[in-house]
Design a protein. Structure first.
Length: 590
């Protein structure tokens, strides 16, 4: 729904918006170097407008050594030549605004790249004015610097290494919760915070419409008054919380770095310095791993003036065992719906949810939560989208999910590129794990599953590039691609279009209350959305089982009421609701 630029923007416009995430490296390559870029995105705006999305979230395009594909920034004020120029980005912003669409940038300020001049200065000497812009600590007393065990704390990083790297020049360690080339910024230092706020204001003044804030709940660390001011984490043990850290080898930094004592103070300061004086029309969403509903409310309660919404991880950690992300654990559709419903009920009328099943860090949702077999792929992709998009919150579509793109058939580690997977694979082998077992976990959970090039058509490289793609195109692109779907009324693409239209046309989808139904359903799930006498019933069979009844209250009346949307042929029965494999229906009354 392209917004009418003459109309005043409602304060909570983002509640009726649908956001599309573009991973620039894999979306569209315009110059044949095999890597997507900004001019390539501009070439595909008609496609996104036809889909009907309102906002583009652009994963990082800033100058970067690309150790973590751009989430390691060396210059916040410039675009990396791989992706284009600042002028290209200005043109993209102008194109989108002309179409009544918006652009949200990725804000990665928990850490920078070690190539960033701030860090270069900071590491140059202990008394450099920017030394305290990062977290430097001396070796653990009684240990020889650089030797295992001398790290200031036993924390592990999300990329399967120690969270500390020794710098022989200054004889100290610096902290990094991700790669060693992603040093943590010290938000305790007001100069750091002001530098971040100026950069954000620079981009907003340039026409950007908001920010997706990377791991923003990590910016405040627990600093003790008594030395050591940073304390060791818990290792291993039965009551260990699932998460990315390998606590067999390291201590869990979580309790020391997540939702720190000043995180809300910093976010409220950011709001005052960057957003409070600006007209409505901006979007802010924080990526907040390991967040509870209660914490989610603190971040998104408008009265607290912090964030509009957060990406919480509960439903994307369901299939992580005690050993963390790579310790695969079974998760059922019931687990998924239980988690989504808990956040619906928990956010209530105060907070606000982001609605997502995929992004550039998660495997493809149709493979993970659906069924990507040829028989069920389309219908399960549509069923998952139906259940997700009609919930209370702002939906996020990850590029390619609107086509039903699935996980890739990686043969071995050499088929992948992601630093997280490579480090995890190396660590697994170092622990003596069988390479096939390690590769099986990466095939199932690896982030590269989401990063294979966008499948535009059935040609050699799926219309993504005329060169050789940085990551192999999924061979199923010959059948699963945009060209085959954009004009097919029964395609996954068209189903997403209908869902987006429903959100744009039905206030009950945006502002309606949420009531869970079929709480005990293993495979069949349902909920009601209500607003001023208008009701939408959403029911879905999230399994490949045949003929499952959705025994909702008043089913006969519902079965006879208006069927607004479904991913299966018109049901014969009009007195009860019986769903086929991966069948989803949306009924309306009032
Ligand atoms: O992700 C943070 C984060 O939580 C992920 O690392 C997550 O733990 C893991 O990937 C799940 O498998 C953000 C960005 O989205 C990610 O791409 C970056 O690698 C990371 O921060 C560091 O910037």
């Amino acid at each position: 729904m392209t917004a009418d630029p003459s109309e005043p923007v409602p304060r909570d416009w983002w509640k009726s918006a649908v956001v599309y995430q573009v991973y620039p490296r894999s979306f569209m390559d315009s110059d044949g170097d095999g890597i997507g870029d900004i001019p390539g995105i501009r070439q595909r705006l008609d496609y996104l407008q036809r889909l009907g999305v309102d906002v583009l979230w652009l994963s990082p395009v800033y100058k970067s050594p690309m150790d973590d594909n751009g989430y390691d920034i060396s210059d916040y004020y410039d675009v990396d030549p791989l992706f284009g120029t600042l002028a290209d980005l200005d043109d993209l912003i102008a194109d989108l605004h002309e179409r009544g669409m918006k652009l949200v940038m990725d804000l990665v300020v928990n850490h920078t790249s070690s190539a960033h001049p701030w860090f270069q200065e900071s590491r140059s000497s202990k008394d450099n004015p920017k030394r305290d812009w990062y977290w430097w600590r001396p070796p653990r007393p009684g240990h020889s610097p650089g030797e295992p065990g001398a790290e200031p704390t036993n924390w592990g990083s999300a990329f399967s290494e120690s969270a500390w790297t020794f710098d022989p020049d200054t004889g100290e360690y610096y902290l990094h919760l991700f790669a060693s080339s992603q040093p943590e910024l010290n938000w305790e230092n007001p100069e750091v915070r002001q530098a971040v706020y100026s950069m954000m204001n620079w981009w907003l003044d340039r026409g950007v419409d908001g920010f997706r804030m990377d791991v923003i709940n990590l910016i405040s660390k627990v600093v003790h008054d008594e030395p050591p001011d940073l304390r060791d984490g818990i290792r291993g043990g039965p009551d260990r919380q699932p998460g990315p850290i390998d606590t067999v080898r390291f201590g869990d930094p979580g309790p020391h770095v997540l939702h720190g004592p000043r995180v809300h103070e910093f976010l409220q300061e950011m709001h005052r310095e960057v957003f409070a004086h600006r007209p409505p029309g901006l979007l802010t969403v924080g990526e907040t791993p390991a967040t509870t509903v209660e914490q989610g409310l603190l971040y998104t309660d408008p009265a607290r003036a912090e964030l509009q919404m957060v990406f919480q991880f509960e439903h994307v950690d369901l299939d992580s065992g005690p050993g963390g992300k790579w310790d695969l654990a079974p998760a059922t559709s019931r687990d998924l719906i239980d988690s989504l419903a808990q956040w619906q009920e928990g956010m209530g009328e105060i907070g606000w949810n982001s609605l997502y099943l995929g992004n550039h860090d998660q495997p493809r949702c149709v493979s993970r939560f659906g069924d990507d077999s040829p028989e069920h792929r389309d219908r399960s992709a549509k069923a998952l989208a139906t259940v997700l998009h009609l919930l209370r919150g702002t939906p996020y579509i990850y590029q390619g999910d609107e086509l039903g793109m699935a996980n890739a058939p990686f043969r071995d580690i050499n088929d992948t590129r992601d630093i997280e997977s490579h480090n995890a694979y190396r660590a697994a082998l170092a622990r003596g794990q069988d390479p096939d077992a390690a590769m099986e976990a990466i095939r199932y959970k690896g982030r590269d599953n989401a990063r294979t090039p966008m499948q535009w058509d059935a040609s050699e490289h799926a219309g993504f590039t005329t060169g050789s793609p940085w990551l192999e195109v999924n061979p199923d692109h010959v059948t699963v691609n945009a060209a085959a779907q954009v004009n097919d009324p029964d395609s996954v693409f068209s189903h997403y279009r209908k869902l987006i239209k429903l959100r744009h046309q039905e206030p009950v989808v945006v502002h309606g209350t949420f009531t869970r139904l079929l709480r005990d359903g293993e495979d069949v799930h349902g909920y009601l959305r209500r607003l001023d006498g208008r009701e939408l019933l959403v029911v879905a069979n999230l399994s490949s089982k045949e003929g499952l009844e959705a025994a909702v209250p008043d089913a006969p009346t519902w079965a006879a009421s208006e069927l607004v949307l479904s991913n299966a042929p018109e049901p014969a029965e009009r007195d009860r609701i019986v769903l086929g494999p991966w069948e989803a229906r949306v009924y309306r009354r009032g």
